[in-house]
Every structure is written in structure tokens, then in C-alpha cells.
Design a protein. Structure first.
Length: 74
């Protein structure tokens, strides 16, 4: 699987790029419908997406999520 970028993710989920970046920088949670879209695209649970806790070891192999997570700028 090729590396996924934040731009790829928002385009696939129909979310505005600057809104998405705001969630990351302000460390706020997206609306539930957007969280659902992101969780489906990234193949993780909404709980995991919101908490960033590894509740299930199989998520460690989720390259799409892990690659996107590395792209975050703190």
C-alpha cells in the first residue's frame, strides 16, 4: 500500500483540508459523522481514532492509519 497523506484522506472522506488540520492542531474532536468517515477510511474504530490507544494488536499493522499519523505536525 502506498503512503496515504492528509490530503488523500480528506479528499476520500469529503472533509475540508483546513478543517481537518484545525482538528489536529487544536486537538479537538471532529463531528461524529466526520469521525465515522475517517474511521472507515483509516480502517480503525472511532474509539481508537479519538483516543489513539491500541486496543487491538491488529491495528499495529494498519499501514494506512500509521502512515497518516506520522504525517501529523504537532
Amino acid at each position: 500500500m502506498r503512503a496515504v497523506t492528509q490530503a488523500d484522506t480528506v479528499k476520500a472522506c469529503g472533509i475540508n483540508y483546513y478543517t481537518f488540520r484545525g482538528w489536529i492542531h487544536k486537538k479537538i474532536f471532529p463531528p461524529l459523522q466526520d469521525a465515522y468517515k475517517l474511521s472507515l477510511y483509516l480502517e480503525v474504530s472511532i474509539e481508537f481514532l479519538m483516543s489513539e490507544k491500541l486496543a487491538d494488536k491488529k491495528l499495529l499493522s494498519n499501514k494506512r492509519y500509521l502512515t497518516l499519523n506520522k504525517k501529523k505536525i504537532a
